[in-house]
Write a protein that binds this ligand. Structure first.
Ligand SMILES: Cc1cc2nc3c(=O)[nH]c(=O)nc-3n(C[C@H](O)[C@H](O)[C@H](O)COP(=O)(O)O)c2cc1C
Length: 224
């Protein structure tokens, strides 16, 4: 393994979805570095369809309040349809990562109240000082969303390389109409995802587990 691959691999190994943060803010310089590095991702026709709206300080708090109010007042309505269903191995992986989180927090499977409280943490951004809302151009359809998917992966890795932790949150984008009106986002910009980020609280049990990946033989088929 050469040194470049080792460095990249280390960054990837050290990234995980962080669900408890310190209040310390990330500097604007670091935020811009993360976004500009993530923008190196390939996109169809080099379209780079993302726009990135980042909150700080009171803006993060006001947005969190709008989301918490939204959760209490009505159902989700994302710009992109949720998956139809998780079956087979997808359902199994979904369950495992959920159980890992609750087990780490000492929340029993039947303890619905504590589970609901933990779910609400999504809308408090797990105590993080920042959330980034990623939007894409509606005319580009699923391919714009695909390009943005690459962007968010690189965002998480570039952040990690600067010691900044993150978690992608579909739960937040479920409230697309609230997000659109809160930030006055035009109709042609679809809300693709939210990335909460900041400095991890290493001692918090929510950050005390790591998810697994499928065995390489189950993923790749090299045809000779
Ligand atoms: C599109 C997308 C949506 C996600 N939504 C949420 C979410 O709403 N809440 C959450 O806690 N984690 C969310 N995650 C994080 C995943 O649960 C996590 O990436 C997965 O379990 C793998 O774990 P890891 O990121 O720690 O490697 C999301 C990840 C992605 C890519």
């Amino acid at each position: 393994m050469n040194e470049e691959f080792k460095t990249l691999s280390n960054i990837m190994d050290n990234r995980y979805s962080c669900r408890a943060y310190l209040s310390k803010e990330v500097t604007n310089e670091n935020i811009n570095q993360i976004v500009s590095t993530a923008s190196k991702v390939p996109t169809w026709c080099n379209a780079q369809p993302w726009s990135v709206l980042v909150t700080k300080g009171n803006q993060t708090k006001a947005f969190s309040k709008a989301l918490v109010d939204a959760v209490k007042s009505g159902p989700m309505n994302p710009d992109f349809d949720w998956p139809k269903q998780y079956t087979g191995e997808y359902q199994a992986r979904r369950r495992v990562c959920g159980y890992q989180l609750y087990e780490s927090l000492g929340i029993a499977r039947e303890d619905r109240k504590s589970r609901a409280e933990q779910m609400m943490q999504n809308f408090k951004f797990f105590g993080a000082p920042h959330v980034a809302i990623i939007t894409t151009e509606s005319d580009l359809g699923p391919y714009g969303a695909m390009d943005c998917g690459g962007f968010i992966a690189l965002f998480a890795l570039a952040a990690r390389a600067l010691g900044v932790a993150s978690v992608v949150q579909a739960s937040v984008t479920g409230y697309a109409p609230i997000i659109r009106s809160h930030f006055r986002i035009p109709e042609n910009r679809l809300i693709q995802t939210a990335i909460t980020f900041g400095y991890e609280n290493k001692d918090h049990p929510a950050n005390g587990f790591r998810t697994q990946r499928a065995a390489i033989e189950d993923v790749v088929d090299i045809i000779t």
